[in-house]
Design a protein around this ligand. Structure first.
Ligand code: FAD
Length: 291
């Protein structure tokens, strides 16, 4: 076997990267652009830009997307969420995206700041329908190998994912996970229920373990004992050491996924390029010379 990288894959690897919008007043000269530029040399399939339910987040994401579009030749996929916003606002922004040549959207429900009062828009599936009515967007949706925290149960969560796909979503990106078996079983269950789009694994390189533990408990993500052991005795100030441990954990996960035939990885970059760039390099991706 020709081994062109440490993960022993010979077929083409696809990657994509998630970023969150930086503060608007720092956007022009931020390290954010440096990170995107650096990672864009690896020719990702796309980068995605998050959006929150906070006021003005839509505009913030929109302005960030346009700023990137001006500077970097790369496919940009904005996230859109409808919780805490109105149908009119979604229509307005979606039309503007389409007008600017942005034809893919990550369609999400988002988390509620207030309880929803608009009963017709309750789930991401409603947003998928709405976006498809506005224009022929490619739509990406979220999937949860370890089950969304508010789901009735794993089966219902899967059925609702299938619903989003049946309504026109083109692919799903997963919540991050650390137990590869959970992803693999989930992928099998998706296939068994008739979901035939890509279920792209979301890879979160760990940077700050204490922060991760909080986030993982909120999002129902299981952290295996071996990962806790790896971080024993390391505190949040030891960022470089944490990053190196995080890198080795991601390598372990990607290695297992590669063996199972995964060829597209979506990285939650947290706006930092170094670990993600290293992982992509180890996957065989090279600047200007994509394998
Ligand atoms: P949905 O698909 O609507 O699912 C939400 C819950 O409702 C699930 O429990 C599901 O089982 C249930 N459900 C769905 N349909 C029905 C139905 N018809 N009847 C009853 N129950 C139903 N959040 C942000 O704020 N900003 C972001 O940019 C962002 N990006 C993300 C990117 C990815 C790849 C992922 C995985 C998550 C992201 N999130 C983001 C988090 C996401 O918004 C939350 O997880 C949110 O709670 C659910 O969003 P969803 O799109 O999965 O919702």
């Amino acid at each position: 076997i020709f081994e062109n990288n440490i993960f022993h894959t010979t077929s083409k690897i696809h990657v994509s990267f998630e970023f969150f919008p930086p503060k608007l007043n720092t956007i022009k000269n931020s390290s954010f652009f440096y990170a995107i530029k650096k990672l864009s040399t690896l020719k990702p399939d796309f980068i995605s830009i998050t959006c929150t339910s906070r006021n003005e987040s839509y505009n913030h994401t929109y302005k960030t997307v346009l700023e990137i579009q001006k500077k970097i030749n790369i496919k940009i996929v904005p996230h859109m969420i409808y919780s805490n916003t109105t149908t009119e606002k979604i229509k307005r922004i979606a039309n503007k995206y389409w007008h600017h040549g942005i034809n893919s959207i990550v369609a999400l429900r988002g988390d509620y700041i207030n309880k929803p009062n608009n009963s017709s828009l309750k789930y991401a599936s409603n947003l998928v329908i709405l976006l498809k009515q506005i224009a022929n967007f490619d739509i990406f949706v979220a999937a949860y190998p370890e089950v969304h925290p508010e789901a009735y149960n794993a089966q219902s969560d899967l059925i609702y994912l299938k619903n989003k796909i049946d309504l026109g979503a083109n692919l799903a990106i997963t919540q991050f996970f650390f137990e590869v078996e959970h992803y693999l079983r989930f992928r099998d269950r998706c296939a068994a229920i008739g979901i035939h789009v890509d279920i792209i694994p979301g890879i979160l390189p760990i940077i700050d373990f204490q922060q991760l533990k909080k986030f993982a408990s909120m999002t129902n993500v299981y952290i295996p004992k071996w990962i806790h052991t790896m971080f024993e005795g390391i505190n949040s100030n030891d960022q470089n050491i944490s990053k190196m441990i995080g890198l080795s954990i991601s390598i372990n996960i990607i290695q297992q996924l590669c063996k199972e035939g995964v060829r597209h990885f979506h990285f939650y970059t947290l706006n930092q390029y170094d670990i993600t760039y290293t992982l992509c390099h180890m996957l065989g991706l090279r600047k200007y010379n994509n394998l």
